[in-house]
Structure formats: C-alpha cells, structure tokens
Design a protein around this ligand. Structure first.
Ligand code: ADQ
Length: 731
C-alpha cells in the first residue's frame, strides 16, 4: 500500500486564530489513534476542514495555515461560513443526523442545504484529486461525505476507495423519507467497501439498495455500475492500551487525587458522559435518576450522578433547547432532593482533558449510558477499559439502542425509553456483588483488548484489499482490448460460425412481469443482422416455453430451443420434442407452489410442458428471499429420489425433469464439429450446462457476477448487445 488518504469532515487538528496567531488543537479521537496503531506502518495523509471558516482568514493567514498543515501531512478543504451553515449545520446535522438516528420529526428537507451538501462534497473531491497518487488507498469517513465515493470514482475509476459510516444506517422506512435517497445510495456505492459498526446497519443498507435501486446483494456483495461493492460490519474499538494503563500516568493519578480531595465524603458515583445530543437520551437518564431517588430514598446522600455533556452543534435549535431542558431538569432534581451538604447531580457542560475524564471513569462505580440511538458509543468501552485497573470494579448500564450493546452483552442492558428499567438497573448495579462485577467485566475486557481500534482499522483495510483482489480477478475475466481484437480477427477469418444465445438476462434485462420481456426493435435488428450472414448459425437457447419463443422470435431466421432443451425448432422447420418425459410429478408440486402464491403477494406460477416455475420478482424483496428458501427446502425434501430437480434462479424456483438441460441441447449443433467459431452467452445456472460442453477454443461469456465456466465476463445485456452489433457490422 502506498499511502492512506483519510478523508473526514474535520482534520485531526483544528486551527484557532488567537490575537492574529494560529494555534492548533490536536484531537485524540479514536480514528487518529486507530490509524497510528496499525501493525504495518503506512504513511497517512489527511484531508478535511481545518475548523476555521475561510472568510475569517486573510489570504496570508490562509497560506500560513496551509503550510503548517502540510508539515503535519494534512491538506485542508476550506469552507466558508455559508458552507458551514448550510452543509454542516444544515444538511449534515439537520437532515442526515436526525433521520439516521430515527428522529425524523427533527428533519429539515431543504433544497438549499442539499445543494450545499453536493457543493461541499464536490470541493472535497477536488481536494482528493489534487492529492491522490496512484497506489493510494482512499478511506472516507462518515455521514457528511456520502456523495464523495462516487465523485472520486468518476475521476479515478481504478482507485481503491473505502467508506466507513460512524452512525447507524436507518431502515428503508426511514431512508425513503429523504428526497435525495437515490443520490445518497449511488454516492456510497462509488466505494469498493462500505463499513458499518453493526451488521444490522449493513442489512438496512442492502434492503434500501434493493428497494430503491433494484440491486440485490449476494453474500454481502452488490454488482453496481460494472463493479462489485462489498458492505460489512466492523465494530469500532478503542485504544485499549491507553485507557487500561492510564492509572500509571502521573497526570491521571494527580486528577484522581484532586477528585478525592474535593470530595471528602464516601459517596458512590454514577457517571454519564456524552456529547450534548438529543440522541443520547440524557433527559431520560436524569428523570430515571429522579425516580430512583424517590423509589429508594435510602440511597439519598449516598450516591451522586456526575453528568458530563460536551458542547456540540450549539447553533442548531434542537441542541439549544436540549441544553436549556437539561439545566432546568438538573436544577429541579437538585432542588427537590438536595441538602446543604449533598447535591445529587453534578452537571458539567464542557469538554474534559484526558486525565480528568479518565479520573472520572476510575472513580465511578456505575456508568449510566442510555442513548435512544447510537452508532456504537465508545464511552461505554472506555469506561470498562479504564475501570478494569481498580480493585472495586464498576458496573456498566447500557442502552440496547447503542451499537456497543451487541458486543457488551454482560452489561446491565436496558431499554432507554423505560424509566422503570433504568431505575431497576441502577439498583441492580449498586447492589451487584463484587465477584459478579469482576466476572462480567473480565469477559467484556477480553473482547475490548482483542478488538481494539487498531484491529478495527487493519480489518477494514484488509477487507478493502480483498475486495480489490476480487475486482482484479473480475477484470481479468473482462475482455482486454487485446483479447477483443483477437476475437474480432477470429470472427472475420471464420467460415462457419455458431452462436448460442440465452434470452432472459442475456439478450434482454429482467422485468417485473416475464411477459413484458418481449424483444425490442433494436434487439430484433441485431439478431436479424447476425443471422442474415450466411456464415452464421444462431441458436436462441432459452428456458421459455415454445409458444412465447414463436411469438417473439418465430419470424427470425434462427434456431430455437425452448424449455432448456425439451423442444427444438431448426430454422425453417417446425417444433420437435427432443424426448417425451413423464409429467405426473406436476400434480404433486403444483399445490405446494399454489400455497406459496397465496402466502406471497405478487408471486405466481408459470407452467411449461416439462417444468413448473414459481416467480417472485414482483414481491417485497425480503419476503421473496425468505419464501424462496422455504419453498426450495420444502420442494427438495419432497423430490429426493425422483427424476426431477429443484433449481434456484434469479427470483425464481424451478422444478423440472433432470434429463433436460441446455448442454444436451447445444450438443445437437456442436456434434457435427463443422464450425470454426463458437460463441456462447448466458447469465444463470442453466447456462453453465451449455458452457461445459463447448469446445476449448469457443468464446464463452457469463453475464453478471458469480463463478462460471465461461471464459469471460460481461456486466449485462447492454455490453453483449454492443459486442453482437460489432459482429454484425463486420458481416
Ligand atoms: P459520538 O456521538 O461523539 O461519536 P462516542 O462514541 O461516545 O459518541 O464518542 C465520544 C468520544 O468523545 C469518546 O471518545 C469520549 O472519550 C469523548 N468524550 C466524551 N465526553 C467527553 C468530555 N466531556 N470531554 C472530552 N472527551 C469526551 C460518533 C457516533 C458514535 C460512534 C463514534 C465512533 O455517534 O455512535 O461510536 O462516532 O464511530
């Protein structure tokens, strides 16, 4: 790997202008430490906004800023106050953030801020273009830059691009509310790998891609715009080493001593640390603490809730309101329960340096983390790692709505909307015997120590490399220019040529209703031109019934194969049955398929002479997937020891006599061996039988992704049509 170009809204350092001087504040965020702790050292170059509006900078100070950032391997994307207002506070934080956290009533859908989002993503793309060197790996972060992968892809089609989303990806029902949902999905699909904290988010992403763009995933991969895109879960960890060893740091020890000095009473601390954000469920937490003091008054004066809220997006209305609400709530609870020498809630509205934060993690006997929705939540992990250093270990109370809950299942897991559950959890935590705390914490510690932020980053980058290898392999199956020239030469030189062309998914795309897939004018023209060359013999080899093929292609000078080879029609003559086969099995299969039609709106059964096909292309994609599995399993167990097979195709389950296949049908034309140019194209499992009987020198093409015996791969019917048109032009 050459370098990693990390791209995020903010650079890891922020510039502040003080008395005409530029100062830098370094962020100790997880991402920067994660990349620094990669096992294979690679150079990292960062691209992002330096935290200061460009209209607040004179040209000289901007030049100085750029120069200093360059020395820190950072390239700035300068944003004006208007950009920050419309793109960052606007579209990113008033549209995407609430929508992706299921706060849709907080969303503003505003054209001006959408345009700003496009404009700023474009500015990031230009910055990447200025910095990109071939061999670099591009890693884009988070919801502010979801259009960027596609934008970069148009400039560098071969670049290796990863994208990681740090917040939840919402279900389709939420995403569909966004007027620009399609653009967002297309933007993301410009990446090679899209990472989420949890598999549930990946699942929502796949479902939206399928419903909005009509592309299905296959084992976590989506074929899109002639490329394969992978999406998967990579739960982000923390810098475990730093948190679990921090008691050895003199600064942390000093901070603990200060806290001890300032708090002479032996009180049990409950801690709550977040950015001040409505998704974090802070008011619920305070109300539950209030209810806890009422329900268990014996804890009064014995416990203290320390609430640390980091100022965040404090120009957005909902954040201003939330801050006021918290202040009122804290005042009310303190006023109601407090005494002269005891304040139940200590409320800090500020960011703390590492040593003070760590000291709080060490002192707290309980961490109360109750977000209503949270991509991951690193505070929960940091608390456990830090607290592991002391003898009397604490208890983590964690919302099931945080991504972290799936890894930290030994915590006291609560539903953040249930005050009652939080009250009970507080009591359970405070009463939990030391042995039990230790046992549970040590299980979680092991996981945190293993899956650190360094592991997270290396796993993501490794997976990105893997998908790039798959893409290279696919590219090898794609025709090179040289192979294409050789193909055209062979075509021109040949005296007798044979074409096997599958129909659905090969010569024409898929339609919700199979009856709509009739050939368009252009297709008829291509086949006509190809077959009118006296040196060419064309065989359309399909699973369709003979009536449909006659209706659609009967007037062309081609050979037809229907029902995968059960019926043949040589050009100029009538249909013939290849073999008469038993069909009594249909009576047994039909009622089963009919039952699935009743249970699956939009599905239907097609009956052919030697097969029955259950179609589900028009159905809800998730239901269709489930029913396909169920039906296939039911049919497979019914048909063992019978002369029929159950096959799964693209949105179909087909049951047919096993003696019939396209390979046997193709052999009829191949048998004479008089052709010196053989060409075959197909897209699904039935075409594999045909590919396997072709002579070594044949040119075979698989349309779409997936393993195949074919020599080459084409992305879809359009690419095949283009190739066939070139043959026709030579003819
Ligand atoms: P956040 O919403 O910011 O992150 P979180 O994961 O908890 O939430 O990270 C907060 C970070 O800020 C922690 O590293 C914590 O130490 C630090 N912090 C919190 N309070 C602080 C204080 N008072 N002073 C100083 N530092 C403080 C987003 C998503 C999360 C996701 C992360 C990472 O919303 O769900 O876990 O990105 O992907």
């Amino acid at each position: 790997m050459h370098r990693i170009l990390t791209i995020s809204n903010r650079l890891p350092v922020s510039a502040i202008e003080k008395d005409g001087h530029l100062e830098f504040v370094k962020s100790v965020g997880g991402l920067a430490t994660g990349l620094a702790s990669l096992t294979t050292p690679v150079k990292t170059h960062w691209i992002g906004w330096p935290g200061i509006a460009s209209d607040d900078l004179t040209p000289e100070s901007q030049a100085r800023l750029d120069h200093q950032l360059d020395k820190m391997a950072c390239s700035p994307v300068h944003l004006s106050s208007r950009d920050i207002q419309e793109y960052y506070l606007g579209f990113s934080n008033e549209t995407i953030w609430p929508l992706f956290h299921y706060f849709n009533l907080y969303c503003r859908f505003d054209q001006v801020s959408w345009e700003a989002y496009v404009r700023v993503n474009q500015a990031f793309s230009e910055a990447v273009c200025r910095n990109y060197e071939p061999g670099d790996t591009i890693w884009i972060h988070d919801y502010q830059l979801m259009l960027l992968p596609e934008m970069i892809r148009t400039h560098f089609p071969e670049a290796s691009i990863g994208f990681f989303l740090h917040i939840p990806f919402p279900s389709f029902e939420l995403l569909r509310l966004l007027p620009w949902r399609e653009e967002i999905l297309r933007g993301l699909l410009g990446a090679d790998l899209i990472g989420f904290h949890e598999y549930d988010y990946a699942r929502h992403f796949f479902s939206s891609v399928s419903r909005i763009l009509g592309h299905e995933q296959h084992l976590g991969h989506i074929a899109f715009n002639n490329r394969i895109v992978r999406a998967d879960a990579f739960p982000m960890g923390i810098n475990y080493e730093r948190f679990s060893q921090c008691l050895k740091m003199p600064d942390v020890q000093a901070a603990v001593n200060t806290l001890d000095r300032q708090n002479p009473y032996e009180r049990r601390w409950i801690i709550s640390v977040d950015r001040l954000d409505y998704t974090k469920g802070i008011p619920n937490r305070l109300e539950a603490f209030d209810a806890f003091l009422r329900a268990y008054p014996e804890y009064k004066r014995k416990v203290k809730l320390v609430v640390v809220a980091v100022p965040s997006r404090d120009e957005v209305d909902q954040y201003i309101e939330l801050r006021e609400r918290l202040e009122l709530l804290t005042g009310r609870i303190n006023g109601e329960h407090g005494t002269i020498d005891w304040t139940p809630i200590a409320y800090l509205y500020r960011s703390l340096p590492f040593d003070e934060l760590a000291a709080l993690y060490l002192k707290a006997e309980v961490a109360l983390i109750t977000p209503l929705r949270d991509g991951m939540n690193l505070v929960a992990k940091e608390y456990l790692a830090t607290n592991s250093q002391i003898k009397k270990q604490g208890v983590l109370i964690l919302s099931e709505m945080a991504g972290a809950a799936s890894e930290l299942s030994e915590a006291v897991v609560i539903n953040p909307s249930s005050k009652d559950e939080i009250v009970k959890a507080l009591r359970t935590a405070l009463e939990m015997p030391q042995e039990e705390r230790k046992r549970k914490n040590s299980l979680m510690q092991d996981r945190l120590a293993r899956y650190t932020v360094g592991r997270w980053a290396s796993d993501f980058l490794h997976s990105l490399q893997e998908i790039n290898v798959i893409q290279k392999e696919m590219a090898m199956k794609k025709m090179t220019q040289e192979a294409k020239t050789q193909l055209m030469k062979a075509y021109t030189k040949a005296r007798k040529r044979l074409f096997f062309l599958d129909y659905d998914g090969t010569l024409i795309g898929f339609f919700p209703d199979p009856e709509s897939a009739s050939p368009d004018e252009r297709l008829v023209e291509i086949i006509d031109q190809l077959s009118s060359d006296p040196k060419n013999e064309v065989v359309i080899i399909s699973g369709r019934d003979k009536q449909t093929l006659t209706r659609w292609l009967g007037n062309l000078d081609v050979n037809l194969v229907a029902e995968h080879g059960a019926f043949l029609r040589h050009r100029g003559s009538g249909w013939m049955v290849r073999e008469t086969l038993p069909t009594a099995w249909k009576d047994m299969i039909q009622p089963v398929m009919a039952r699935y039609v009743d249970r699956t709106p939009g599905s239907f059964v097609e009956e052919k002479s030697y097969s029955l096909v259950w179609h589900c292309r028009r159905c809800d994609p998730d239901l269709a997937r489930l029913r396909m599995h169920e039906l296939r399993d039911a049919l497979v167990s019914m048909t063992t020891n019978m002369e029929i097979g159950v096959f799964e195709g693209s949105k179909i389950i087909e049951v047919k006599n096993i003696g019939i296949n396209k390979g046997a049908a193709a052999d009829i034309w191949l048998g004479g061996r008089q052709h010196d140019f053989v060409f075959a194209a197909g897209d699904d499992y039935t075409d594999e039988d045909m590919f396997s009987v072709l002579p070594d020198k044949a040119y075979s093409f698989k349309l779409g992704q997936g393993a195949s015996k074919a020599k080459y791969q084409l992305m879809g019917p359009d690419s095949l049509r283009a190739l066939l048109s070139e043959f026709a032009a030579v003819s």
